[in-house]
Ligand binder design. Sequence first.
Ligand SMILES: [Zn+2]
Ligand SMILES: [Zn+2]
Length: 375
Amino acid sequence: MANKRDYYEVLGIDKNATDADIKRAFRRKAKECHPDLHPNDKEAEARFKELNEANEVLSDPDKRARYDQFGFEDPMAGMGGGGNPFGGMDFGGMGDLGDIFNMFGMGGMGSQQRRNAPRQGNDVRYDLRLSFEEAAKGCTKSVEFYRNEHCTTCKGSGAKPGTQPQTCTMCKGAGQIRQSGGWISTVRTCPGCGGAGKVIKDKCPGCGGTGRTRVKRTLDLKVPAGVDDSIILTKRGEGEPGINGGPAGDLNIRIVVRSHKLFRREGTNIRLDMPVSFTQAALGAEIEVPTLDGKVKYQIPEGTQTDTEFRIRGQGIQQLGGSQKGDLIFRVRVEIPKRLTDKQRELLRQFDENSTGKEYEQKKSFLDKVKDLFN
Ligand SMILES: [Zn+2]
Ligand SMILES: [Zn+2]
């Protein structure tokens, strides 16, 4: 799942691709890896499978919209329906469930409402990539996204201009067919119109009868300081248009924060590993600690051990929607020198000869324990 390739990438097309582009790209790519043309080629077989899957989703306007919205994390995926969660024109796999409820007279009204009442349009998902600093401090970003809108040629009806969708003759526009037999009555989605109540005879050339077209939109977004990875910012009403006069869906912008070379984030705190030389650690030193606002001087005490953590208050990240700021916590990593000059080696030998043994608490306690063990 994690390394599944993006469907647009698989087909080698842009997010703006039209249905014709998708068809063309699929045909071209299929030739390159069709199993009939590449017998016993496992890699070609896998690519063909991947290609088919991508084509199946992107060539279906509803599935494509859901893929744009949710990516591979579609909560409805595998449920067979593929319509929107509130039930749409395409009731698909949910149909059976609806029928069962109707048999017991439970969901009759609900289904009726679901099909003909105004419904909110689909939400649109957008991944916004930010640097560590942009997320911490906030920024303004121009967001370019795609959404389905009412086709301008047919104003969303799906019918060729000058014609009208016809009331379905099978269900007389109800979208459902009710059958009574004794004390049980069943209600089914009308197979003639798929529950829409209307049938389009002359399809609109602009949208192929779906009533929708894919449009690129740009929006300036103010990202507040303190946003973190996976947070979703919602722009109400910037999603797809409502159905039957319902309200538009939302634009859900999911924040993806790139990792930083030095800093790690922990809530509103920033963590940092800070290498210091063994002499700095032993003697104590004023070191320069990088923060989001530049370098800060910090005095580490004599005898600082490796892995000791120090906290600089207020140098963390601003709380999202608040005014509190977290801290910067840096952990000292004592570095032992690797390449010594002869002079340095000599000085260290002298240092060791002058050792009383009391400088090394841990070593002393360890040796005492070893002594106890063998006596
Ligand atoms: Zn149209
Ligand atoms: Zn019908």
